[in-house]
Write a protein of this length. Structure first.
Length: 309
């Protein structure tokens, strides 16, 4: 008897037809991806709450109307996840005494008060919030509130967009397409630069004796970088990676990279020699550091393209 088409040479069992894709597996992967994104967004919202509280942005919200002192009566350490966000914080009940002699009870989170304030009163002030009542906050002129306001929009945007977790479906493209994408599109580098600019500008706000307007420019530049990086990331999610590497003139790329690197190094050296406090130096050198970083990246990409040609 002649062997059938389902028989393979040297085998006695018929060859089985390939299995149809199991729709339940695809649905399971998709549900896993959705669940991971929900977890990511909740985590980012926790980070947002933590940063906003730790930087003390409420200390700048409203108009101060009363001043007084707060003396802690009971303190408890909470964490790693609590109403104070992520991390370990002191939450203290305190008696607030105002200048007119009146007093009231308040609870302070985010380690605004610590057990040391059981014997050492902390200065506080009441801030009127228009038609929303008032808020009692620690009167701390060194609170990094500018950093909190600088991170307000980026962290909210991150909570809306989410973060792709490596290895969680939908899976990324093959390594070769990843390599081609890195040569032509740099969303990770753009996003990293944006976060650095926002943080450096926020830290340096109010810390410069010269170019006092520069931290605001740095923060705005950071927001622009983050918006561009987010647009690249969204486009990549929708359309994937390019099938072929876009043509790039290696000579022009290398020239631009060397120019950025040179200007960046000069700017960083100038910032370090400016004599400003560390937070001010962070704002002064933020843009030059980004320029130097993209210069180094451009040189690396030019070298890869040269090797491929």
């Amino acid at each position: 008897m002649a062997p059938s088409d389902d028989m393979l040479p040297g085998h006695t069992e018929p060859r089985r037809a390939p299995r149809e894709p199991d729709g339940s597996a695809g649905r399971g992967s998709r549900l896993g991806y959705i669940a991971s994104q929900i977890v990511v967004r909740l985590l980012v919202l926790l980070v947002f709450h933590t940063v906003m509280g730790a930087t003390g942005i409420t200390t700048t919200d409203g108009t101060p109307t009363e001043r007084g002192t707060a003396l802690a009566t009971r303190c408890e350490q909470v964490g790693p996840v609590s109403m104070s966000g992520l991390g370990w914080w002191w939450v203290c009940d305190a008696t607030v005494t105002w200048e007119d002699g009146s007093s009231e009870q308040r609870t302070f989170k985010f380690s605004d008060l610590t057990p040391d304030n059981r014997t050492t009163p902390a200065p506080v002030e009441r801030r009127e919030l228009d038609n929303r009542g008032s808020n009692v906050v620690i009167a701390d002129p060194t609170a990094p509130a500018a950093l909190g306001w600088a991170l307000f929009v980026p962290l909210l945007g991150l909570a809306l967009l989410g973060v792709r977790i490596p290895g969680v479906p939908p899976r990324g493209p093959d390594p070769e397409r990843r390599r081609r994408a890195r040569l032509g599109i740099w969303p990770p580098a753009i996003l990293a630069a944006g976060w650095w600019l926002v943080i450096a500008g926020g830290l340096g706000s109010g810390r410069l004796d010269v170019l006092a307007w520069l931290p605001v420019v740095v923060i705005v530049a950071g927001h622009v970088f983050l918006a561009v990086g987010a647009a690249f990331a969204i486009a990549r999610r929708r359309h994937g990676y390019p099938d072929r590497e876009p043509p790039v003139a290696v000579g022009g790329l290398l020239l631009r990279a060397n120019l950025l690197l040179g200007l960046g190094v000069l700017g960083v050296v100038g910032g370090l020699l400016s004599g400003q406090p560390p937070a001010g130096i962070a704002a002064l050198t933020a843009l030059p550091l980004v320029a130097a970083g993209f210069g180094v990246r451009g040189r690396l990409v030019a070298g890869r393209l040269r090797d491929l040609s």
